[in-house]
Design a protein around this ligand. Structure first.
Ligand code: GTP
Ligand code: SPV
Ligand code: MN
Length: 614
C-alpha cells in the first residue's frame, strides 16, 4: 500500500476480550479499507434493533405489517445482485492442481494484489462492523471460529441470525484458537455528502478463498453466500480444506431426526444440490402415521467419527437462509409456520396489506403486488412476482420442528447418508448402495437436469458431486477420497452408516412428476430406516437394493402401479449413454480420482450390460 493511500484510520476501542491477533487483523483491514468508523458487534438485541432501525431509515428494509408478520422486514436487492456468482468465486491454492478441475483458480500473490487494489478505500464513508462468530455450538469440540468484517449492516443482521455471533464467540477466541478471518466489502465507498443507495454493491465481484492460509475475501456483493461468509465460504469451502487436514468432512447436507412407530430414533444426513429440496426434507411432515421428523439443519453438516467410532454430525449454522418460491402450506407447512415472525425476506413480493407473497405460497394469486424489483405486479405480468432465488433468513430456534438435540455440542449419530439430485430420467426413486464405496460413487456422480428430458432420451446433466460443485475448497477428487477414508475408519469399527440415493423428481411421459414428493417422501424415509434396522428386505437391481414389492405403500401416496414401475424403470440404452457421460466426467476429474470410484464405475457398466435390450 502506498503512503498516500493511508488516511486517518478509524479506531474503535476493541472489547477487553478481543485477542491481540484479532485486534491486529482488524486494524490492518481498517487501514486498507479506510472505514469512517469501526463497530465491534456484540450480537445483542439492542444492537440488532439499532441496525434494523438504521436500515429502515436507509430504505434497505421495509417493515412488514406488525400484526401479520411481527418483527419482519423485506429487503429488495440491486437487480444485478440476486444470487451467488460462481464465475467470480475463486480458490487460490499455491499450486493450481490443488484447486482441482472444478474451481476457478488464481495465483495467490496476484490475487492478493488485486484484492488490495479493490479493497483500498472501499469502505470509506461507511462503518466497518467486526463480527466474531462461532460455527456450531459455542465451545463445542466440532465448532470453529471466525471473524468477519463487513461494511453492510444487512450482512450483520443476516450473520447474527445464521451464526452464533457476538461477544460470546469473541470470548472463545484465545491464544490457541484457530480463527478464520473474512473480509467483506460491498465495494461502494461514499464520498463526503454523497447519498447512499438502498442496496450498495459493485458490478465487479470477487469471492476469494485461500484454503491454505484459511482466509476469505469478498468484494462487490451483499447477497447470500457471497456476503454471509460464515455460510458457504467458511462452513463449506474453507471447512472442506480444514476437514481434509483434521480428519472430518464439510458437507452440503441437511440433518434430520426421525422417530419411528416403535420409538426408535434415527438421524439422517442428506446431500442435495442447491434448490433440490434440503430445507423441505429437513422439515418434512410425514404423511404416514406413527412417524415423526424433527429438524437439525437444512443446508450444512460437519461430519466426524466420534470417540465411539460412530459417525457424528453437527449443524454449524444457527439459522435458515431458505428458498421462498415453492414454499407453501401444502408443500412445507413447517417452514410457513417458522416464517410467521422475526424474518428478513429478500426479493419476495409485497402485498397491498403489508405482507409478503411468492409463487407457491398460496394457490390463490393476489390481484395486485409490488414485485421484487419494486414495480406494480398483477397476475397478467410476464415476470414472477418474487425472484426465483428470493430467500428468507430466520433463526433455526423458532422452527416448530427443531429437535431439542439440534445444538448438542457433540452432534448426533448419523444412521443413514442420502444423496439426491433433480433427475427427470434414469435415477430411481430410491436405492441403497451395496457398499460404502458404491455409496461414494453415487455421491461422486450426483447430477441434476436443468430441463425436463423426454422419456427415454437423456437431458443435459450438470454434475454436482456430493452437491459440492460450487462449494469445494479442495480438489474435488480429493474430497471424494476424504469420504472414502472416512468410511474406512467407520467400517473399522463396523459402524458405518448405510448409504442411499433418492430422486423425488423423476418424470413420466406426460412431463409430470411421477412421485408426489414432500410429506410422501416419509414413505421412502421409512423404507430407508427399515433397511438400517434390518426389517426391510429389498430387492436387487443394477442400482443397488430397491424396495421389494409391498415394502412401500405407493397407492396410499396416490401413485398408480404403472407410475411406480416407471419410478424404477431401467432403460438400458439411456443408462448406457449416461454411463458413457459418467466415464467422460470421471476422466475430466484427473488422476486424483480414487481407484474405488473407477472400480465402481466398471461394476456399474457390467450390471448394465446384463440388462435386457429394448
Ligand atoms: P438451497 O437453499 O439452495 O441449498 O436449496 P434446498 O436444497 O434447501 O432446496 P429447497 O428445499 O428450498 O427446495 C427447492 C425447491 O424444490 C422448492 O421450490 C421446493 O418446492 C422444491 N421441492 C422440494 N422438495 C420437493 C419434492 O419432494 N418434490 C418436488 N416436486 N419438489 C420439491
Ligand atoms: C445454496 O445456493 O446452496 C444456498 C444459498 O444455500 S447461498 O447461501 O447463497 O449459497
Ligand atoms: Mn445450500
Amino acid at each position: 500500500m502506498t503512503a498516500t493511500a493511508v488516511r486517518s484510520t478509524a479506531r474503535a476501542a476493541a472489547p477487553a476480550s478481543a485477542h491481540p491477533s484479532v485486534i491486529a487483523w482488524v486494524e490492518r483491514i481498517a487501514s486498507l479499507a479506510q472505514p469512517e468508523d469501526i463497530v465491534w458487534c456484540d450480537g445483542s438485541e439492542e444492537e440488532s434493533a439499532r441496525l434494523t432501525a438504521q436500515l429502515v431509515d436507509a430504505g434497505t428494509l421495509t417493515p412488514l405489517d406488525p400484526v401479520k408478520r411481527p418483527g419482519s422486514y423485506l429487503a429488495r436487492s440491486n437487480p444485478d445482485d440476486v444470487a451467488r456468482v460462481e464465475s467470480r468465486t475463486f480458490i487460490c491454492t499455491n499450486d493450481a492442481a490443488d484447486a482441482g478441475p472444478t474451481n476457478n483458480w488464481e495465483e495467490p500473490v496476484t490475487m492478493r494484489r488485486t484484492l488490495d487494489r479493490v479493497m483500498l478505500g472501499s469502505m470509506s464513508g461507511r462503518t466497518m462492523y467486526v463480527m466474531p462468530f462461532c460455527m456450531g455450538p459455542l465451545g463445542g469440540p466440532l465448532s470453529r471460529y471466525g471473524v468477519q468484517v463487513t461494511d453492510s449492516p444487512y450482512v450483520v443482521l443476516s450473520t447474527r441470525t445464521m451464526t452464533r455471533m457476538g461477544t460470546a464467540a469473541l470470548e472463545q477466541i484465545g491464544p490457541d484458537t484457530d480463527w478464520v478471518p473474512a473480509v467483506h466489502s460491498v465495494g461502494a465507498p461514499l464520498d463526503p455528502g454523497q447519498e447512499d443507495v438502498a442496496w450498495p454493491c459493485n458490478e465487479t465481484k470477487y469471492i476469494v478463498h485461500f484454503p491454505e492460509s484459511r482466509e476469505i475475501w469478498s468484494y462487490g456483493s451483499a447477497y447470500g453466500g457471497n456476503a454471509i461468509l460464515a455460510k458457504k465460504a467458511f462452513a463449506l469451502r474453507i471447512a472442506s480444506a480444514m476437514g481434509h487436514n483434521e480428519g472430518w468432512i464439510a458437507a452440503h447436507m441437511l440433518l434430520l431426526k426421525v422417530t419411528g412407530p416403535t420409538g426408535r430414533e434415527f438421524h439422517v444426513a442428506a446431500a442435495f444440490p442447491s434448490a433440490c429440496g434440503k430445507t423441505n426434507f429437513a422439515m418434512l411432515q410425514p404423511s404416514i402415521p406413527g412417524w415423526k421428523v424433527e429438524t437439525i439443519g437444512d443446508d450444512i453438516a460437519w461430519l466426524a467419527p466420534g470417540a465411539d467410532g460412530r459417525l457424528r454430525a453437527i449443524n454449524p449454522e444457527a439459522g435458515f437462509f431458505g428458498v421462498a418460491p415453492g414454499t407453501g402450506a401444502s408443500t412445507n407447512p413447517v417452514a410457513v409456520e417458522t416464517l410467521t415472525h422475526d424474518v428478513i425476506y429478500t426479493n419476495v413480493a409485497l402485498t397491498d396489506d403489508g405482507d409478503v407473497w411468492w409463487e407457491g405460497l398460496t394457490d390463490e394469486v393476489p390481484e395486485h403486488l409490488i414485485d421484487w424489483r419494486g414495480n406494480d405486479w398483477t397476475p397478467d405480468s410476464e415476470t414472477p412476482a418474487a425472484h426465483p432465488n428470493s430467500r428468507f433468513t430466520v433463526s433455526a430456534a423458532q422452527c416448530p420442528t427443531i429437535a431439542d438435540t439440534w445444538d448438542h455440542p457433540d452432534g448426533v449419530v448419523v444412521d443413514a447418508v442420502i444423496f439426491g439430485g433433480r433427475r427427470a430420467t434414469n435415477v430411481p426413486l430410491v436405492s441403497q448402495a451395496r457398499t460404502w464405496a458404491h455409496g461414494m460413487y453415487m455421491g461422486a456422480t450426483l447430477a441434476s437436469e436443468r430441463t425436463a428430458a423426454a422419456e427415454g432420451t437423456l437431458g443435459e446433466l450438470r454434475r454436482d458431486p456430493f452437491a459440492m460443485l460450487p462449494f469445494c475448497g479442495q480438489h474435488m477428487a480429493e474430497h471424494w477420497q476424504d469420504w472414502i477414508d472416512l468410511g474406512a475408519r467407520l467400517e473399522a469399527t463396523g459402524q458405518a452408516p448405510k448409504v442411499f440415493q433418492v430422486n423425488w423428481f423423476r418424470k413420466g411421459e406426460d412431463g409430470g412428476f411421477l412421485w408426489p414428493g414432500f410429506g410422501e417422501n416419509a414413505r421412502v424415509l421409512a423404507w430407508i430406516l427399515g433397511r438400517v434396522e434390518g426389517t426391510a428386505h429389498g430387492s436387487e437391481s443394477p442400482f443397488g437394493v430397491i424396495p421389494a414389492p409391498g415394502e412401500i405403500d405407493f397407492e396410499a401416496a396416490g401413485v398408480e402401479p404403472d407410475q411406480w414401475r416407471a419410478l424404477f424403470a431401467t432403460d438400458r440404452d439411456a443408462l448406457m449413454a449416461e454411463a458413457d457421460q459418467t466415464a467422460e466426467f470421471l476422466s475430466s476429474m484427473g488422476s486424483r480420482v480414487p481407484l474405488a470410484i473407477d472400480a465402481e464405475h466398471a461394476l456399474l457398466r457390467q450390471s448394465l450390460s446384463a440388462l435386457p435390450h429394448g
